[in-house]
Design a protein around this ligand. Structure first.
Ligand SMILES: [Zn+2]
Ligand SMILES: [Zn+2]
Length: 124
């Protein structure tokens, strides 16, 4: 599969049972429908997002991309909880593209949130 941003080849990366595609060049990550939800909760999954955050920020400026799977124009999405995270979504196949560093950013809050939930439960 070709990276929708820098057009280099993407490689398959498997973490536990979740298989994703990561770009060899810009290290952006492609998720098929709901794979990001699965990977988000797996312990140690931050190693998958090994790109340079600065490179990711540069590539984040590119927002007119075409889905590498079904060739549909992708839509820029803004994360509801963390509005500084922009990622691209395909409305046809539900694929998602995160620039380098974005997935870990997205993931981090989830862990903090869960921790907060635990603390709240303990106080009750
Ligand atoms: Zn790329
Ligand atoms: Zn698509």
């Amino acid at each position: 599969m070709q990276c929708p941003k820098c057009l280099n080849e993407m490689e398959k990366v498997v973490f536990e049972h979740v298989e994703i595609d990561r770009c060899d060049e810009c290290r952006g990550i492609w998720f098929d429908d709901l794979e990001h939800e699965e990977l988000k909760v797996l312990k140690g999954a931050e190693i998958v997002d090994d790109g340079d955050v600065r490179v990711g920020k540069e590539f984040n400026k590119i927002d007119r991309i075409v889905c590498p799977k079904c060739k549909t124009r992708m839509i820029r999405m803004v994360d509801r909880v963390q509005p500084h995270i922009w990622y691209e979504s395909c409305s046809v196949c539900n694929g998602l593209f995160f620039d380098a560093g974005e997935f870990n950013d997205y993931r981090e809050l989830t862990i903090i949130d869960r921790f907060r939930d635990l603390l709240v439960k303990e106080r009750r």
